[in-house]
Write a protein that binds this ligand. Sequence first.
Ligand SMILES: Cc1cc2nc3c(=O)[nH]c(=O)nc-3n(C[C@H](O)[C@H](O)[C@H](O)COP(=O)(O)O)c2cc1C
Length: 313
Amino acid sequence: MRRKEDIEQMEPDLSIEILGLKLKNPLILASGILGISGSLLKRMAEVGAGAVTTKSTGPSSREGFKGPVVVEVEDGLLNSLGLPNPGVSEMVKELDEAKKGKVPVIFSIYGFDINEYCKAAKIASDAGVDAIELNISCPHVKEVSVEIGQDPKLVSEIVKSVKETVDKPVIVKLSPNVSDIVSIAKVVEESGADAVTAINTVKAMSIDIDIKKPVLSNRIGGLSGPAIKPIGLRCVYEIFEKVKIPIIGCGGVSRWSDVIEYMLAGASAVQIGTALVNEDTAIFEKMKKGIKKYMLDKNIGEISSIVGLAHTK
Ligand SMILES: Cc1cc2nc3c(=O)[nH]c(=O)nc-3n(C[C@H](O)[C@H](O)[C@H](O)COP(=O)(O)O)c2cc1C
């Protein structure tokens, strides 16, 4: 335990180590938010992100749904973009530029079956990404309205196959649209994943009362932003009690105190998405400032020391 006088002399240490990667701070750009081009990923690193995640890409390019694909709702955003992306072979061309930001680049992939995940993971891995995040909140090829992340057997097969295919840390981004996220997290851990991200967007909708129809062209979408923070926090807290691999918290992080809450619940790092749409990129520095002040006030030398403290009886 450091003495208060010693801590006051020193700069609070925001660095963390996760998946064998050293991050200057625990703030990670979430997938899909500004993560389309290498120069934007580099820019996020320059404005203070500890790591960045790319937009999810699959083995082939997709146009996505016709509009409206995003709508603002109370305390959040509702989106159903339909996974528009240039395909993994095009996306990896952005990697060299992204890496100039000198922070770890997490490459998010999706697929509609096991082979697609493995193919995308192999291309990303060969291109030299630092870690791979599996987005399992995409539709099941055989049962279109069911998310892959809702099928524990399929999730397990995907994780095992990707782990056999690549020699990179594999993070699985969990869907909250399941009855028991902890059991899926356990399956993911037992299948060899190195970490989980919790959570992706929460299934939701909005209706236009004038035209009497759902607002989104896909009718149902995913809710993000402050509205889902208590859900993400609950998921991280519950997963931490049963799973040993690191957890990356995600969902509604928009203030420095949200980062602290997620870390106390058990997250080793957090991802930030919608807050970057609502605010400007100064948010990373603002959060770091708030976290440092909290650490000084509470005599905390290293940010990693608070992970899971909300579980202490
Ligand atoms: C416009 C938009 C696009 C997104 N695209 C992706 C994506 O491609 N892959 C993915 O795993 N998550 C995607 N997400 C989900 C975010 O990464 C994040 O999990 C979610 O928005 C919750 O975090 P937040 O409340 O900080 O935004 C997207 C979210 C939004 C709002």
